[in-house]
Ligand binder design. Structure first.
Ligand code: NAD
Length: 437
């Protein structure tokens, strides 16, 4: 394909060289003449393993050239890949100056172009930037409409500096966010033959995924570092601890616990986090990320309470109030905290949880219920159907297929608020809302 690549920094230079090597005809565009001349003389404007040879060969065989002229580059290409910087402003807000300018340049060039052109954003931009900044800027400058007049695709870049060329050939994944299947397919052709999944999704999801990745990487580094501080204070080898931690690919390095939903609870996580953060305080070890976990969890509970009260209905059925489905353990269940707050605000509640009901009957958890939550025991009913019968709101507190027949019987006047945010529920006429997005 004929590609124009806007911005010859770390991302743009690497992909310009690698796409040229893959057989595409590439024109690199940069507003800095020194970078244009460096590339045209077969030299790299960045320090990065392997890229020097790739650029030299690509310039020599004519598959790559650079220019400062955006109009010429757009005219000679089907795809424009945007790799300009999106730096931080002092307050953290994105500086979109370069994105706006490059969209104005490409848009102006599109005015006189009749063949279809697709603009592919590779820069990291916040969700909504394509819709609210990129598309309006391109439309204003081109006089054309996005979709009919030109395509816009979000294709975030996941390479890392110092291993960028290797990452290009071994991407962890390729993410293509587009409204048009044809435009998405065109972009996917660029990555044919490369390993890793090619994931097609919505534009805003593609914008957000990149942030999700980088924030998680920052969190992992910080987590490892804070564990390192605690291990040192305990006289333990932190590398041995984390080596063993990483061997667990079922619960630790895995999709487990990564679905947005509701607060954690139960008899272990809150207690063990408290013990370790107490240990840190007692040894004068500063672990702000570990300390923040409990606060964040409390905020999740408060958010749920606010969301439910904001619905302005008082008759509430709770299906599931043990901290997860299939257990009768009510210790530190965040759903119990929600229930108590709602009772304090004058709501009328009916509670059902099959595991808790059984435990109560057979007496396994009876003492806990009678001693700690006798006020809740009175609100428990014998079936999910009985709980939802007159309810205006149905709170799903944990996941259990035992609730499905009752959920199927709901009417459009009733509303489900799913704290688990799982989406696991049968067809129901009631309105359904997940606590998480
Ligand atoms: N650096 C990385 O490892 C990396 C990895 C993944 C994603 N990203 C993202 O990719 C984007 C680019 O990052 P980078 O590190 O390559 O940036 P960079 O600052 O190294 O390069 C940006 C280039 O764009 C050029 N430019 C600015 N305005 C222009 C215009 N109107 N026309 C043409 N060129 C113009 C600049 O002169 C510069 O050469 C950022 O959004 C970044 O967050 C970077």
């Amino acid at each position: 394909m004929n590609l124009s690549i806007f911005g010859l920094g770390y991302v743009g230079t690497v992909i310009a060289g690698c796409f040229a090597k893959a057989g595409h005809r590439v024109i690199g565009v940069d507003s800095e003449p020194s970078k244009v001349s460096l590339i045209n003389s077969g030299q790299s404007p960045i320090i990065e393993a392997e890229i020097g040879d790739i650029l030299r060969d690509a310039i020599a065989d004519g598959s790559l050239r650079a220019t400062g002229d955006a109009a010429e580059a757009v005219a000679a290409s089907e795809l424009s890949l945007l790799c300009v910087g999106t730096p931080s402003q002092p307050g953290g807000e994105l500086d979109l100056t370069y994105i706006r300018r490059v969209c104005a340049d490409i848009g102006a060039a599109l005015r006189g172009k009749s063949a279809r052109h697709v603009v592919v954003v590779r820069s990291t931009v916040l969700p909504g930037t394509i819709e609210n900044v990129v598309v309006p800027a391109l439309e204003a400058a081109s006089g054309k409409r996005a979709g009919a007049g030109f395509g816009v695709v979000m294709n975030p870049e996941f390479m890392r500096e110092s291993s960028a060329v290797r990452d290009f050939y071994n991407p962890p994944k390729t993410v293509i966010g587009a409204d048009s299947a044809d435009d998405a397919a065109l972009v996917a052709r660029l990555y044919e033959g490369l390993p890793g999944p090619v994931i097609h999704t919505a534009v805003k999801v593609a914008e957000m995924v990149k942030y999700c990745d980088n924030i998680f990487h920052a969190l992992k580094i910080t987590f490892g570092n804070e564990i390192g501080l605690l291990a040192k204070a305990a006289g333990v080898d932190s590398h041995e601890v984390m080596r063993i931690f990483c061997e667990d690919t079922k619960l630790n390095l895995s999709p487990a616990y990564l679905k947005p939903g509701f607060a954690y609870g139960g008899s272990c996580l809150p207690k063990d986090l408290r013990a370790m953060t107490w240990f840190a305080r007692s040894r004068d070890v500063t672990v702000p990320v570990l300390n923040a976990i409990g606060h964040s969890n409390t905020h999740q509970i408060e958010n749920a309470i606010r969301t439910i009260l904001a619905a302005g209905r008082k008759r509430i059925a709770v299906l599931g109030f043990a901290f997860k489905g299939g257990t009768d353990d009510l210790r530190e269940s965040p759903v119990v905290t929600v229930i108590e707050a709602l009772l304090g605000k004058g709501c009328e509640l009916r509670l059902f949880d099959p595991s808790v009901n059984t435990a109560r009957l057979v007496g396994a958890n009876r003492r806990y219920i009678e001693q700690h939550i006798p006020h809740l025991a009175k609100l428990m009913v014998a079936s999910a159907g009985e709980a939802v019968a007159d309810a205006e709101i149905i709170l799903l507190g944990n996941i259990n297929t035992a609730y499905h027949p009752a959920l199927k019987s709901l009417t459009p006047a009733q509303r489900i608020i799913d704290l688990t945010s799982s989406g696991h529920h049968p067809d129901t006429s009631a309105a359904y809302e997940r606590l998480a997005g």
